[in-house]
Design a protein around this ligand. Structure first.
Ligand SMILES: CC(=O)N[C@H]1[C@@H](OP(=O)(O)OP(=O)(O)OC[C@H]2O[C@@H](n3ccc(=O)[nH]c3=O)[C@H](O)[C@@H]2O)O[C@H](CO)[C@@H](O)[C@@H]1O
Ligand SMILES: C=C(OP(=O)(O)O)C(=O)O
Length: 428
């Protein structure tokens, strides 16, 4: 087991290239199940979620070849093998195997998904969608059993705007008979990316990226080649780090339009941001003003950036309110930031932050992926050395974090944990 060490206080300079989007990748890979010939996906991030999903596709008989950032998946010999346990529990996105396998095989047995612990993460809207398409869905000892004689298009109104449910219903509905209409659909860019690959495979989808998606089912889908969109959350994380600790940082391979809510908030704080076609340049400013943020569904402020943004706010002047309307309990990073001298308290769905403070290096634990990113950002800003455990979370979503930050001039490295540290970590 490894820990991450960050020596704070070094200014960041240079260019960081953003990888493909994790939350697209984890849906594009299962989407390949629906094709009858080879699907190639280019620009994938080298993160553990991608490796885990490729392994799951092999478990059901897929031939998967992952070469740097390109995966080639031959789904022709796949079978509907039950996947109740094991790798399924390592990530959230294993829920997409439900929609894709239901669409292709009309049956699936998939364990309940894992992923970040952000408070309750129900999948009732996914199940409501599958049932509306004609599937019988039961939960037997922690695994979801899905069966359908046939899938028939339906009108499905989502009670909660859900990224996962929108994509999962699309995956099943592309192979249903007739038309499916998803109302109150999520509008995140990753949904458009998934609709794009499905369309390249022969699916008929209109309205992805709006809150009404219309899908006309087809009898079969063929292979295709697709290039993934850049990761807006990884890009946002580096933008936050650049505002916190940068001299001059160029973020390359980004779609700035996907990050308008973050850019608006950073500018409100006084940050100096220049937007280009697929790049963002951030240069140092003497001080930062405090702001309030409220996470919302896209195009609102993303909940996945709330945690790293909180670290940045510790260095802003004034008192601010961070409210997470998507995951009201996504505040496990706050206790750790407090260990680093942050002046933050949590009340219900909100955190109240007063700054600026000088953060102090400390031993902290990443409870989830973006908590990890928040602690790295805090470590870059802090005096002394910050030691971060829980790297398995960070590795789920950030390709080459250490190399990318080292190239920018940060002093950051991985170290093996001692046996005592591993025991303490496992008991904490
Ligand atoms: C793999 C992936 O893409 N993960 C992202 C996805 O997660 P995920 O797909 O799990 O998130 P959702 O958009 O589904 O969740 C949004 C809200 O709806 C609730 N809900 C969701 C489904 C459901 O059936 N019932 C229900 O009540 C959730 O508890 C949450 O409060 O979107 C989240 C919100 O942008 C991001 O934080 C995650 O990074
Ligand atoms: C919450 C996240 O991931 P997941 O849904 O995969 O747990 C995230 O990417 O911040």
């Amino acid at each position: 087991m490894e820990k991450l060490k960050v020596e704070g206080g070094h200014r960041l300079r240079g260019t960081v290239r953003i990888s493909g989007a994790k939350n697209s990748a984890v849906a594009l890979i299962p989407a390949a199940i629906l094709a009858d010939s080879t699907v190639t996906i280019e620009g994938l991030p080298n993160i553990s979620d991608v490796h885990t999903l490729c392994g799951l596709l092999e478990e059901i008989g897929g031939t998967v070849s992952l070469d740097e950032d390109t995966v080639t998946i031959d789904p022709s010999k796949m079978v509907s093998m039950p996947l109740p346990n094991g790798k399924v529990k390592k990530l959230r996105a294993s829920y997409y195997l439900m929609g894709a396998m239901l669409g292709r095989f009309k049956q699936a047995v998939i364990g309940l998904p894992g992923g970040c612990h952000l408070g309750p993460r129900p999948i009732d809207q996914h199940i409501k969608g599958f049932e509306a398409l004609g599937a019988t869905v039961t939960n037997e000892q922690g695994a979801i059993y899905l069966r359908a004689d046939e899938l028939v298009g339906a009108r499905i109104y989502l009670d909660v705007v859900s990224v996962g449910a929108t994509i999962n219903i699309m995956l099943a509905a592309v192979r249903a008979k007739g038309q499916t209409i998803i109302e109150n659909a999520a509008k995140e860019p990753e949904i458009i990316d998934v609709a794009t690959i499905l369309t390249s495979m022969g699916a008929k989808i209109k309205g992805a990226g709006t809150d009404i998606i219309r899908i006309d089912g087809v009898d079969h889908l063929h292979g295709c080649r697709h290039t993934i969109i850049p990761d807006r959350i990884e890009a946002g994380t580096y933008m936050i780090m650049a505002v916190a600790q940068g001299e001059e940082v160029l973020i390359d391979n980004v779609i700035p339009h996907h990050l308008e809510s973050l850019i608006a908030k950073l500018r409100e704080m006084g940050a100096n941001i220049k937007i280009m076609d697929d790049q963002v340049l951030i240069t140092r400013v003497p001080e930062l003003k405090m702001v309030d943020i409220k996470t919302l569904v896209y195009p609102g402020f993303p909940t996945d950036l709330q945690q790293p943004f909180t670290s940045l706010l510790t260095n802003a002047i004034g008192t601010g309110l961070v409210t997470d309307t998507i995951y009201g309990a996504r505040f496990k990073h706050i206790d750790e930031l407090r260990r680093m001298n942050a002046n933050v308290k949590v009340e219900g769905r909100s955190a109240i932050i007063t700054g600026p403070v000088r953060l102090q290096g400390a031993k902290v634990k990443a409870s989830d992926l973006r908590a990890g990113a928040a602690l790295v950002a805090a470590g870059l800003m802090a005096d002394g050395i910050t030691e971060i455990t829980g790297l398995e979370h960070i590795d789920r979503g950030y390709e080459d974090l250490v190399d990318k930050l080292t190239n920018l001039g940060a002093v950051i490295w991985r170290e093996n944990m001692t046996e005592t540290e591993i025991n303490n970590f496992q008991n904490s």
